[in-house]
Design a protein around this ligand. Structure first.
Ligand SMILES: [Zn+2]
Length: 281
């Protein structure tokens, strides 16, 4: 699933092409991906509107339109939002086609059809349940070591689960939680409220640096993710633990172990991320 660096890379690749574009038509090829609007209403409300901005909150893309509406897209597992300057044929996995000034087009391509599309009035996009519950943006000034410490102190579940939950910090998924915990030297089973101030400080820095590094590589492409031009990211070559169960730790050479935590596969180094009596299952 695309996480913050992937969704942000999609935003950055689409932004220069979409801002100032006019929507000239809409074709809905799979209506079940529209979550709060019918194909007829979407077509009526989008056609003739200008795209003013492309934003992001957590893993949600926010396409701001003239006359005060916002098209909200969550790519989920396999969704791709692709800009074609010269148009493109509809494929068996094209779910939504937004016609721009001819011949430009924006396609939602989604093999598994889990992506979600919402249309909301501007100022109400933040009230969407998935967005309203989000914690601070990790690369913004709203995310601070003190705020992270206060939020973690309220939870005794494993730190892995708490970071995946989106409420303490937005945008992290399985890849970057495992990578951040490795960089911080924190065992994923540790109870969130057991972290010392020094550990919270390391975790704060690790979250910021792993996201910034992944953004610098255009995101991580394990299976499906590509940017707004269909180009994969390169951070998969730099992953320290995610997907590396049974391989040697890049730092100490110890064999990395895999374990399911909160139903999610988790990989860590038992030496660099020692477990302690404070861990919970
Ligand atoms: Zn190690």
């Amino acid at each position: 699933m695309p996480e913050l660096p992937e969704v942000e890379t999609v935003r950055r690749t689409l932004l220069p092409h979409l801002v100032g574009q006019m929507i000239t038509g809409v074709e809905v090829l799979r209506s079940t991906q529209l979550k709060n609007v019918s194909p007829e209403v979407l077509k009526e409300k989008l056609t003739g509107k200008e795209i003013r901005d492309v934003g992001r909150r957590g893993k949600y893309l926010l396409i701001y339109l003239s006359q005060g509406e916002v098209l909200v897209v969550h790519l989920r597992m396999t969704g791709r939002l692709l800009f074609y300057a010269e148009g493109h044929e509809v494929t068996p996995h094209t779910r939504l086609l937004i016609e721009l000034i001819p011949p430009a087009e924006l396609h939602l391509h989604d093999v598994r059809s889990f992506a979600m599309v919402f249309l909301l009035p501007k100022a109400e996009e933040c009230s969407l349940p998935g967005i309203a519950a989000l914690g601070p943006e990790p690369l913004s000034a709203d995310f601070t070591p003190a705020g992270l410490a206060a939020a973690l102190a309220r939870h005794r579940s494993p730190i892995k689960n708490i970071l995946l939950g989106q409420r303490v910090v937005a945008g992290l998924g399985n890849i970057y939680v495992d990578e951040a915990l490795f960089r911080a030297g924190i065992n994923p089973l540790r109870s969130a409220n057991s972290l010392t101030a020094a550990e919270v400080g390391r975790l704060f820095q690790a979250i910021r640096t792993v996201l910034a590094d992944a953004l610098g590589s255009g995101g991580t492409s394990i299976r499906d993710y590509v940017n707004g031009h269909g180009v994969p990211g390169a951070f998969q070559q730099k992953l320290a633990v995610y997907g590396r169960k049974g391989h040697p730790c890049r730092r100490c050479g110890t064999t990395l172990v895999g374990e399911r935590i909160g139903g999610r596969s988790t990989v860590y180094c038992p030496l660099c991320q020692p477990n302690s009596a404070k861990s919970v299952k």
